[in-house]
Design a protein around this ligand. Structure first.
Ligand code: NAI
Length: 509
């Protein structure tokens, strides 16, 4: 197999957050690693950081002292670039600046042998562009690790236009040998993850812009209904509002101001105010020790209807079981809708229309829409959005249905496709557009999002599960409601919806 051998030396340049993590990964895979940083003492500090990271693993019993000593023993600090001449692979993780990176690689081409693979960990620069000033662009490839590199499995392997396919394959296989999950990605702005993930942030920010709910409620819904580890507000506070905003702006500019990637005014205002998140003590949330944490807004518990009628294609069956276990009499009907009727209230899974317009179109009294859940069998929270004429009593009854099943219920203003549904539809659409442009396969999209940013389910597998036709309809409705091309469906999604095909052969609908 075309792959680097353990005896071959790896060089890592830049001993900051990413470089130190990558050096650790390579050393754990058995390579001798040379770590270099332009700043005096930084490489030694990076190595010390790896030492304490490994000490934490020893304390947790994950590795023993001997393993730790062996890994640290394989990491040497280089004090001059010329010491890297014997490296078979050099991975650069320095400042994100095209000219600085190109100058470094020009030096490396003089120092290293012709067979050395030169790799960049850039997250936003074009691999082809960096390689354009090199004399051996065929030896150059993108290896995009995720933070923290020792923990996150994904590595996007990004060949530039001139990269030798054997070099890309060798880099790919080497990442597999390092116990990583490599995914081959075409050199396009944001590669896979930083592009496909944009709607994860954008749709929550969009709801905040429309005053549909507050940050803490949106985050709780994304976690406890969508199954994501964090909501977008928490996560951007952690990443840094400025960093996340800059990635969005970069992708937006790279796609020639495509509305799909339009940055958020809410986030821009946080950046303008210096509310950058955890690092500045304040973002969407406050991080002072005496800050009072806000609770998600919920509808107080009320009495549930004694009997319900549920029509479903299958999606709501687990919910029906939860309700039956709670002592409610449920009559189930197989049909094309996902609805729950009881005590004069009409609950329906959103399809991307406004509740108010849908109620008028369908002449449905007391229409209250609910959100998509990752799993109706276990979710602990859900959002509902009533049509404008629906009164408080009917809203309370609608909430009580989900409360009886053990869920907290948050009311959103009447926004189309609520929160989880619009996010999942847009993530799937972006994934479909990546597939359409040959950036990666459907499995590549899903692996990238699950192994790079911990999504609970790949967006395309999720679209398969709820039906690609349904996702298409949601997007078309969103596009109609907002009159915004941001929501225009990808041709690939339209094809899958029309033929009824699945993105993943063998997936269950
Ligand atoms: P960092 O600021 O933590 O570390 C960068 C290090 O590079 C510093 O120690 C600096 O002294 C050193 N450096 C700067 N110029 C140098 C040069 N010419 N030669 C040698 N060393 C030099 O930065 P971080 O976050 O580790 O990012 C590094 C690269 O990885 C960037 O290209 C970034 O876009 C990319 N990246 C960052 C991720 C993150 O979450 N932080 C994730 C994936 C990629």
């Amino acid at each position: 197999m075309n792959s680097l051998q353990q005896e071959q030396t790896i060089a890592v340049i830049g001993a900051g957050t990413m470089g130190a993590g990558i050096a650790q990964v390579a050393a754990q895979a058995g390579h001798t690693v040379k770590l270099f940083d332009v700043q005096a003492g930084a490489a030694g500090k990076g190595r010390d950081g790896i030492d304490s990271q490994l000490a934490g693993r020893v304390a947790k019993g994950k590795i023993d002292e001997a393993d730790k000593a062996a890994v640290i023993g394989r990491i040497a600090v280089a004090t001059d670039l010329s010491e890297l001449s014997d490296a078979a692979l050099v991975i650069e993780a320095i400042v994100e600046d095209l000219a600085v990176k190109q100058a470094l690689f020009a030096d490396l081409e003089d120092i290293c042998g012709e067979a050395t693979i030169l790799a960049t960990n850039t997250s936003s620069l074009s691999v082809t562009r960096i390689a354009s000033s090199l004399s051996r662009p065929q030896q150059f490839v993108g290896l995009h690790f995720f933070n923290p590199a020792p923990v996150m499995k994904l590595v996007e392997v990004v060949p530039g236009l001139a990269t030798d396919p054997d070099v890309a394959e060798c880099a790919f296989n080497t990442m597999t040998a390092w116990a990583k999950k490599p995914v081959m990605a075409r050199n396009t702005p944001g590669f896979i993850v930083n592009r496909v993930a944009r709607p994860f942030y954008a749709e929550t920010l969009n709801l905040l812009e429309q005053q549909a709910c507050n940050a803490v409620t949106a985050d709780a819904l994304m976690r406890e209904c969508g199954g994501f580890r964090m909501g977008a507000c928490q996560l951007t506070d952690l990443i840094g509002q400025d960093v996340n905003y800059k990635v969005t702006r970069t992708v937006f500019a790279a796609f020639d101001s495509d509305p799909r990637f339009r940055p958020s005014l809410v986030q821009q205002e946080l950046v303008d105010a210096g509310h950058l998140g955890r690092k500045s003590g304040r973002g969407f949330y406050e991080y002072d020790s005496d800050a009072v944490s806000e609770e998600p807004s919920i509808i107080p518990p009320g009495p549930a209807p004694a009997a319900l009628e549920i029509e479903t294609r299958g999606m709501l069956l687990p919910l029906a079981e939860r309700l039956e276990k709670a002592g409610i009499s449920v009559s189930r009907r197989e049909g094309s809708a996902e609805t729950i009727l009881g005590d004069g209230v009409h609950l329906a899974l959103s399809d991307g229309r406004l509740a108010t317009e849908r109620a008028a179109e369908e002449a449905a009294d007391n229409l209250v829409l609910f959100d998509l859940a990752l799993d109706y069998a276990s979710c602990l929270r859900i959002a509902i959005a009533p049509a404008d004429p629906v009164g408080d009593d009917a809203i309370q009854t609608a909430a009580a249905v989900f409360q009886a099943a053990g869920m907290q219920v948050s009311q959103l203003d009447d926004v189309p496709a609520l929160l989880v549904l619009r996010t999942v539809a847009m993530l799937a659409n972006e994934g479909a557009s990546a597939v359409n442009e040959g950036i990666c396969s459907a499995a590549g999209v899903d692996d990238a999002m699950c192994f790079g940013v911990n999504y609970p389910r790949g967006p395309l597998a999720w679209a398969d599960a709820v039906g690609n036709g349904f996702v298409l309809r949601v997007l078309q409705n969103l596009q109609a409601v907002y009159g915004d091309d941001r929501y225009r469906p990808s041709p690939r999604l339209r094809r899958m919806a029309t033929t009824g095909s699945l993105f993943h052969a063998g997936a269950t609908a």
